[in-house]
Design a protein around this ligand. Structure first.
Ligand code: PGA
Length: 871
C-alpha cells in the first residue's frame, strides 16, 4: 500500500506546482495547511474539525472555489493512482481473486468437478451487460480523457514522461470541471459507444482468449467457434422512463448512430483481415462459396471478404446519413441487418484455414474478429426500450374512450385483462385510422413503430417500469401487435417496490397460465428486479430479502413451467442501489439464478471503473464469467427454513424501523432537504433526464439516485443502513446468535449482506454529518439527526460485536486503506460544502456561474469522486 500512497503523494506534488503557478505560492500554502489539518483530524476530532471549519468560513467565494477545485482534483488523482495500483503486482496480493479464472480452476481441482459439467456450464455462460445513462458519472468526458492519458503515462513506470503529466495536469486545472449544459440523450449514447470503441472492443477478444485457455486447461478442448458468452445492450437513447428528451425520433437517431459505428469498426477489422489473409490455399467449401469469376483466384480469402467490406461501407454511409438527417437516403440498397451475413463467411475462412493446416492464422486475428462480431452484433449494442407502466395505460385510456368503451383507467384488473386478451387474439386492427391521440400517447406509439422498422437484431427487450399487474405486460404485447412488429421484443416487467416484488410470482403465475402467453414469449421470459427503488421503499435489508425471495420464487415457477427465465438485475453502483462486488453479488443470489444467463445494468461511474480501460474490462468480464461458472457448477445452497423465517422477521423489523423515519416522521422530508444538498444537486447537469419523474411531490417522486447521492454527500448514508442494525440487535436479543452464525458461515446471501454493511458503515461518518446539521438544519430538527446518528453508532457496535471485531473492515485491508488514502482530502471538501450550502441558501443565489454556486458543485463532484460513486 505504500506504493499507492507514494503515487498519490507524487501526483499531489505535481498538482500543487500547477496550482502555485496559477494562483501563487500563498494560495498553495493555504491549501497545503488545510490538507494537513484535514489529515490530522481524519474525520474524528470535533474541536479540530470546528477550527478548520472556522478557517474555511473566513475565505471569500473565489478562494473557496479554488480550494474546492484543488481537493476535488486531488481526489481524482487519488483515483488514478488507485486504478494503476489495482492492476499492479503489489495489489494482487491484497485483492480478492487476483486472477478470477485461476481461482476457479483451483476450485475445479479441489472440488473434483467433472469436465463434462464444466463444458455444460460453459455452454450456459451468458453475460448481457446493459449500459445505462443513469446520471451518476460526475466527471466530464473531456477530463476522463485527460485522466486516461495521465494513467497511460504512469503505467510506463520509470519511463513516464513527467513533463507530459504536468502538461495534462495543467490542462485539467484550467478546464471547468462542471458541465455547463446537460448532455442530450444522443451525447449519452455516443459516450456509451465510445466506451465500447475505446475499451471493450480491445478487451473482448483478450477476455475470450483467456476464457479459451482456461477452458482448454480444464476440458482439453478449445471453445467451440460459435461460443459467444458476452453480449452488450444499452439503455442510452432507449430508456424514456421519466425522461421526456428520449423521443421516438431520437431513438431512431441513436439506432442509426450505433449501426454506423459498428459498420465503421467492422470495416476497419475487415480491411486489416483482407490485408493479412493473402493465402492461396483454401478448402473446397470456401472455393464453392466464391462467385464463378473468382473461383480460380489466387487470393480466395480476399475475394470472399471483398463484398462484406462493400456491404459495411454502404451501411456506414447510409446510417451516418440517417443519423444526420433523420431519414433513410436510399431504401433500395441492402444494408447489414444480420450479423450472420458477416459471421458465416468468416467461419468459412476459419474452417478453410484449419483444413489447410494454417491453424495459427485461423486462430489469430481472424478469430478475434469473429468473436467481436458474435458479441457486438450489427449495432455494437442492442437497444432496450424502457417506459413507465402509466404511460402505456394512458394509451389505452385514450383509445378506449375514443372507441366509446369507457376509460381503461377506471377498469378493474380483471376487466383490463379480458379486454387485452381478446384484442391480442383479434385479427382486426386495434387502432382506428381516424384516431388522433394526444402527443404523449402518440409518442409511445411512435416509439413502438421505430422498433417495427428496425432490424430485430439491433433491439434488446422492452422493460416496463413500476410493473405490478399482468395487464401491464399484456398491454405492451398488444401495443407491439397493434403497431405491426413482426419480431416483437420480449416484454420484461420491472418489479421495484416491496409490494411488487412480493407480488411478482403471482403476476407471472397468472400470465403463464393464460392461453397463448407462452407462445408469445417464444420460450423465454425476462423479468427485471429493481434494486434501488425497492431499497428506497423499504430499506436495504427488507428490499434485498424481497429481491431474493422474488427471484427464488420466479426461478422455481419457470422451472415448473419449463420456460427459460432470464433475471435482469437493475443494480446501481452504490450499495444502497444494489451495487457491490460482482462476484459476491452473483453468488449471493438464489440457486438457479444464472441458469438463464445474467443480465445486469452497468451505469454511470461504474462503467468507467469497471470497463473504462481494456485491462479493467478484461478483469471485470473475467470476474463475471468466473462467478457465473462457479454458480452454475456449485449453486449456492437453498436457505434452510429457519434461515428464511429469521430473515422474514428481521426484514419486517428493519422495514418498520426504516419507514418509521422515512414515511412516518412528519418532519423527515424537511430534515432531509435541509441536512443534505438534495435541492442543490438538481443543478448538477449530470445526465439528460430530470431529477424527478414529476415536478411535484416528496420523497416518493424523487428518483433513487438523488436520494442516495444526497445522503452520501453528508456521509450519513442513511438509506444504506437504516433498519439493518435494529433488526440484527433484535434477533440477537431473541437468542438467534447461533442461527445467525450458521447463516454467516453457510449462506453467501447473508454473508454478503454483512460485508456490504461493513462497507457502508465505514463510509458513513457521524461527526461530519453532525456538522452539516449544526450549520444547516433548523434547531428543532437537529434532534432527529442526533437520534439517527446514535442509532448509527449503536448499529455499528452491534455489527462489530456480532462479527467479533473491534473495527470495521478489519479483514478487508484493501477497502479500509483505499478509504484512508482519501480521507484527508474528503474532510476539507465536506467542510467547504457545508459553508457553501449555508452561503447559497442565505443569499438565494441562483446564478449558476457565481463562484459560490460553482464551488458548491465542485464540492459535490469532488466528494462523489472521493467516495468512488455518487452514492
Ligand atoms: P431508475 O434507476 O430511477 O432509472 O429506476 C434507479 C437507480 O438506478 O438507482
Amino acid at each position: 500500500m505504500s506504493a499507492l500512497r507514494n503515487q498519490v503523494k507524487a501526483l499531489g506534488t505535481l498538482l500543487g506546482q500547477t496550482i502555485a503557478e496559477d494562483k501563487g505560492p500563498e494560495c498553495l500554502a493555504l491549501i497545503e495547511s488545510i490538507r494537513l489539518q484535514g489529515k490530522a483530524i481524519d474525520g474524528g476530532d470535533q474541536k479540530a474539525l470546528l477550527s478548520l471549519m472556522g478557517k474555511i468560513s473566513e475565505g471569500d467565494d473565489e478562494t473557496l472555489l479554488t480550494i474546492a477545485r484543488a481537493f476535488s482534483q486531488f481526489l481524482n488523482m487519488a483515483n488514478i493512482a488507485e486504478q494503476i495500483y489495482t492492476v499492479s503486482d503489489e495489489a494482487q496480493s491484497l485483492i480478492d481473486r487476483p486472477d478470477p479464472f485461476a481461482s476457479l480452476q483451483a476450485q475445479f481441482d479441489a472440488k473434483h468437478w467433472h469436465k463434462s459439467d464444466f463444458a455444460k456450464a460453459m455452454a450456459s455462460l451468458h453475460i448481457d451487460l446493459v449500459l445505462t445513462a443513469h446520471p451518476t458519472e460526475v466527471t466530464r468526458r473531456t477530463l476522463i480523457h485527460k485522466y486516461r492519458e495521465i494513467e497511460a503515462q504512469l503505467r510506463r513506470g520509470a519511463d513516464a514522461d513527467n513533463e507530459r503529466i504536468q502538461e495534462l495536469m495543467a490542462q485539467d486545472w484550467h478546464t471547468n470541471s462542471i458541465r455547463r449544459i446537460r448532455p442530450t440523450p444522443v451525447d449519452e449514447a455516443s459516450w456509451g459507444l465510445a466506451v465500447i470503441e475505446d475499451s471493450l472492443w480491445t478487451a473482448l477478444p483478450l477476455f475470450m482468449r483467456q476464457l479459451d485457455q482456461h477452458a482448454q486447461a480444464i476440458t482439453g478442448e478449445p471453445l467451440p467457434l460459435a461460443t459467444a458468452p458476452v453480449r452488450m445492450s444499452s439503455w442510452m437513447g432507449g430508456d424514456r422512463d421519466g425522461n421526456p428528451f428520449v423521443t421516438a425520433k431520437l431513438t431512431r437517431e441513436v439506432i442509426a448512430m450505433s449501426r454506423a459505428k459498428a459498420a465503421e469498426l467492422y470495416g476497419k477489422d475487415l480491411e486489416q483481415l483482407s490485408m493479412e489473409l493473402s493465402m492461396m490455399d483454401a478448402s473446397p467449401g470456401l472455393i464453392a462459396a466464391l462467385p464463378e469469376e473468382h473461383k480460380n483466384s489466387e487470393q480466395p480469402y480476399r475475394e470472399l471478404i471483398r463484398p462484406l467490406r462493400k456491404l459495411l461501407a454502404v451501411t456506414r454511409e447510409q446510417m451516418e446519413a440517417q443519423a444526420r438527417t433523420g431519414k433513410a437516403t436510399n431504401t433500395q440498397v441492402p444494408l447489414l441487418e444480420n450479423a450472420q451475413e458477416l459471421i458465416a463467411p468468416l467461419h468459412l475462412c476459419y474452417h478453410s484455414l484449419m483444413e489447410c493446416n494454417l491453424a495459427s492464422i485461423a486462430r489469430g486475428n481472424l478469430l478475434d474478429v469473429i468473436r467481436r462480431i458474435q458479441c457486438f452484433g450489427v449495432g455494437l449494442i442492442r437497444l432496450d426500450i424502457r417506459q413507465h407502466s402509466e404511460r402505456h395505460n394512458d394509451v389505452l385510456s385514450e383509445l378506449t374512450q375514443f372507441l366509446g368503451l369507457g376509460d381503461y383507467l377506471n377498469w378493474s384488473e380483471a376487466e383490463r385483462q379480458t379486454f387485452l386478451r381478446a384484442e391480442l387474439d383479434n385479427r382486426r386492427p386495434l387502432v382506428p385510422a381516424d384516431w388522433a391521440p394526444s402527443s404523449d400517447v402518440a409518442e409511445v406509439l411512435d416509439t413502438i413503430s421505430v422498433i417495427a422498422q428496425t432490424p430485430a437484431e439491433m433491439m434488446g427487450i422492452y422493460i416496463i417500469s413500476m410493473a405490478s399487474q399482468p395487464s401491464d405486460v399484456l398491454l405492451v404485447q398488444l401495443l407491439q401487435k397493434a403497431c405491426g412488429i413482426r419480431a416483437p421484443l420480449p416484454v420484461a416487467p420491472l418489479f421495484e417496490t416491496l409490494e411488487d416484488l412480493d407480488n411478482a410470482e403471482q403476476v407471472m403465475t397468472d400470465l403463464l397460465a393464460m392461453p397463448g402467453y407462452k407462445e408469445r414469449s417464444k420460450g423465454h421470459q425476462y423479468v427485471m428486479i429493481g434494486y434501488s427503488d425497492s431499497a428506497k421503499d423499504a430499506g436495504v435489508l427488507a428490499a434485498s430479502w424481497a429481491q431474493y425471495r422474488a427471484q427464488d420464487a420466479l426461478i422455481k415457477l419457470h422451472q415448473r413451467e419449463d420456460l427459460k427465465l432470464t433475471l435482469f438485475h437493475g443494480r446501481g453502483g452504490a450499495i444502497g442501489r444494489g451495487g457491490g462486488p460482482a462476484h459476491g453479488a452473483i453468488l449471493s443470489q438464489p440457486p438457479g439464478s444464472v441458469t438463464g444467463g445474467l443480465r445486469v445494468t452497468e451505469q454511470g461511474e461504474t462503467i468507467r471503473y469497471k470497463f473504462g480501460m481494456p485491462k479493467l474490462a478484461v478483469r471485470s468480464l473475467s470476474l463475471y464469467a468466473s462467478a457465473i461458472l462457479e454458480a452454475l457448477l456449485a449453486p449456492p445452497p437453498e436457505p434452510k427454513p429457519e434461515w428464511r423465517d429469521l430473515m422474514d422477521s428481521m426484514s419486517e423489523k428493519a422495514c418498520k424501523t426504516y419507514r418509521s423515519y422515512v414515511r412516518e416522521q412528519p418532519d423527515f422530508v424537511r430534515y432531509f432537504r435541509q441536512g443534505t444538498p438534495e435541492q442543490e444537486l438538481a443543478q448538477l447537469p449530470l445526465g439528460s433526464r430530470p431529477a424527478k419523474r414529476k415536478s411535484t411531490g416528496g420523497i416518493e417522486s424523487l428518483r433513487a439516485i438523488p436520494w442516495i447521492f444526497a445522503w452520501t454527500q453528508n456521509r450519513l448514508m442513511l438509506p444504506s443502513w437504516l433498519g439493518f442494525g435494529t433488526a440484527l440487535e433484535d434477533a440477537l436479543q431473541h437468542n438467534a446468535e447461533p442461527l445467525l452464525k450458521d447463516m454467516q458461515a453457510h449462506w453467501p446471501f447473508f454473508r454478503s449482506r454483512l460485508a456490504m454493511m461493513e462497507m457502508v458503515y465505514s463510509k458513513s461518518n457521524a461527526k461530519i454529518s453532525a456538522l452539516y446539521d449544526a450549520k444547516l438544519v433548523e434547531k428543532e430538527l437537529i434532534g432527529m439527526g442526533e437520534d439517527l446518528r446514535n442509532l448509527l453508532t449503536t448499529d455499528i457496535s452491534t455489527l462489530l460485536k456480532f462479527l467479533g471485531q473491534s473495527t470495521l473492515l478489519e479483514k478487508d485491508g484493501w477497502g479500509q486503506q483505499s478509504l484512508d488514502v482519501r480521507q484527508s482530502y474528503l474532510v476539507p471538501l465536506h467542510l467547504l460544502q457545508i459553508e457553501l450550502l449555508a452561503r447559497v441558501r442565505a443569499s438565494h443565489d441562483e446564478n449558476q456561474v457565481s463562484d459560490c454556486n460553482r464551488a458548491l458543485m465542485v464540492s459535490m463532484t469532488g466528494i462523489a469522486a472521493g467516495m468512488r460513486n455518487t452514492g
